[in-house]
Design a protein around this ligand. Sequence first.
Ligand SMILES: [Zn+2]
Length: 261
Amino acid sequence: MRRTLIWLVLGAWASALMSLSAFAQAASEVTLTRLDGGTPPAPTDVNTRYSDTYAYDGVKLQFVFSCYLIKHGNDYMMWDTGQSMNAGAVAPKIGLVDLLAQMKVTPEQVKYVGISHYHSDHIGQANSLPQATLLIGKGDWDVLTNPKPPTGVNPQLVSNWISGGGKVEAISQDKDVFGDGTVIMLYTPGHTPGHHSVLVKLAQTGPVILSGDFVHFRENYETDGVPAFNVDRGQTLASIDRIQEDRRESEGRRHHSTRRA
Ligand SMILES: [Zn+2]
């Protein structure tokens, strides 16, 4: 019986990886590669900003900025695009297109840019992949295309699509990106109105969830921690509950099938 693994990449603006080991094996070959999306600051005291109940007294965490390249057969999808190259101290040392070039992938080969949510550390280099179809939660797209976006939201970072320069799919619920169940955007609102995570089914590792900021770190996930700056507390808790329930369900199915075997 395979152990259930839980991966958490600690990162405020980063991504948690949670491996859910009971999903079906991938039909097409699917690979997942993390790319640096910026230069993180020093470890951060998370008690005030990342818990509206001040649950993490004395906890300091090292955050990261991440982008993920998902290869599905001959197609590529970029999940989140990190900080802008103009983001000052937190800007990436190497841009996304150059990181792709190191892997011998051209921007033209990237079919989809999937975005977890509209914060600048997740959409910073989206415009460097202008030919890709943008996949983004409808709630977040509505904010980015609002003539008067809220403070801290920078629509310029996705100007290629706002100006009609590329195709956009604004997604209301979940989306099976390649139609075979191997890469599924999961609607996990709360941090932002249209926040999505993505489930990637890897043949060897098993299913992995790239969490965006639906939770920021393990303690948020395990103790229902809600950052003070999330847009909706109730939705955040419901999203945590959904992913925890998915995991319990998948482990239950795994145990059941193991007994039958
Ligand atoms: Zn965020």
